[in-house]
Design a protein around this ligand. Structure first.
Ligand code: CA
Length: 229
């Protein structure tokens, strides 16, 4: 469930916002003090923060600035004064949206949903662009299909690369040789599970410091292999 923090000192408004957001399926917490709100926004895990501008303790400007320095979650600022909204827009504090009070709760819900969806897309595409797996000195660049160990490139064949990447993407899970064979070699491939053993051995020679005590691909005797994270 997505978690939202509302920092708002007018309890009636905060409760109204909370009710509407909860009806839309969000988990909502309210903080009425600015300084406490800032602390929670920074220390706890929220998917979105709604900030009132005028607050006791610390104003919405300051909170927004602090959140922006550490997090890229969406921030929506609200204020009773149109002028203030124009002013904060001008300051470029990095809030994602601004609302002038009074606004309809459904308007707020619509904006919250839009910003969360946009943020998800951003994060999602970020993962795709950066298809690199890094574990204890081992770096697998999926886009370039290259493998590095402590910065030194190791040359992998296609199947070795596919096998290593598959295991590294599904860490801490034990796969049998049969499963790995089916996963990496297509169904029609002629071959047997000994092929998997041979490939694991070759991968280990390239990435393990000590192949008899592998730190990446572990042998689970009688079962198969597991990539350790
Ligand atoms: Ca206020």
């Amino acid at each position: 469930m997505k978690r939202i923090l509302i920092v708002e000192d007018e309890v009636a408004i905060a409760e109204l916002e909370k009710d509407y957001l909860e009806l839309s399926g969000f988990e909502v917490e309210v903080e009425t003090d600015g300084a406490a709100g800032a602390r929670r926004a920074l220390e706890e895990e929220y998917n979105l923060v709604i900030l009132d501008l005028m607050l006791p303790g610390m104003d919405g400007f300051e909170i927004c600035k602090m959140v922006r320095e550490q997090k890229n979650i969406p921030v929506i600022m609200v204020s009773a004064k149109r002028d203030d909204i124009d002013k904060i827009r001008g300051l470029g504090l990095g809030a994602d949206d601004y609302l002038t009070k009074p606004f309809s709760p459904s308007e707020l819900v619509a904006r919250v949903k839009a910003h969360l969806a946009r943020y998800e897309r951003l994060i999602g595409s970020g993962v795709k662009e950066n298809e690199v797996i890094e574990i204890r000195g081992l770096k697998i660049d999926k886009t370039a299909r290259r493998v590095f160990l402590n910065g030194e490139e190791k040359i992998f064949t296609t199947k070795e690369f596919d096998l290593l990447t598959f295991l590294a993407q599904n860490p801490n899970r034990v796969y049998t040789k049969e499963e790995l064979f089916r996963e990496i070699w297509d169904m029609e491939s002629v071959g047997d599970i000994a092929t998997v053993t041979v490939h694991i051995k070759k991968i280990r020679e390239k990435i393990e410091y000590n192949t008899s005590k592998p730190q990446y691909i572990e042998t689970i005797w009688g079962v198969g292999y597991r990539f350790k994270v």
